[in-house]
Write a protein that binds this ligand. Structure first.
Ligand code: THU
Length: 137
């Protein structure tokens, strides 16, 4: 954990705005995520559930899909916000997705509803000893 490093304001605002759009009528757990691409774009996503519960899509996954659609495949930092003051740490699948599109210097911020930074993590802290594209070479 990188103690004291606060999430940047633009990522906080984008993640909170995305969370307001979440479609989560089954869990009522609303999540927003916003990432900054290597090219400097801020791209956000929200969780989108459906009646076949396991087919829901996480906020991080939505943001990553939008990033790829926008023509970029790398990001440097991402902020994630869930409900209230509970740290919404990315699920296992999202950790692997974040791994795919980041370098080792990426920063993952977990913020609360008030925009305060709860956790600031390196990629290694998020997904230690990860399997990535390099393993396939
Ligand atoms: N969820 C996310 O969108 N991101 C996370 O990092 C954790 C969980 C969503 C999935 C589901 O729609 C809801 O939160 C409850 O699990």
């Amino acid at each position: 954990m990188v103690v004291g490093k606060q999430a940047p304001r633009d990522l906080i605002d984008a993640a909170l705005m995305a969370r307001d759009k979440a479609y989560a009528p089954y869990s009522n757990f609303f999540v927003g995520a916003a990432l900054r691409t290597a090219g400097g774009k801020v791209i956000s996503g929200c969780n989108v559930e459906n009646a076949a519960y396991p087919e829901g899509v996480c906020a991080e996954a939505g943001a990553i899909s939008s990033m790829v659609l926008s023509g970029e495949t790398k990001f440097d930092e991402i902020a994630v916000v869930g409900l209230g003051d509970v740290a919404c740490t990315p699920c296992g699948g999202c950790r692997q997705k974040i791994r795919e599109f980041t370098g080792p210097d990426a920063t993952i911020y977990i913020i609360n509803e008030s925009g305060e930074t709860l956790l600031t993590l390196s990629r290694e802290e998020l997904i230690p000893h990860s399997f990535g594209p390099e393993n396939l070479k």
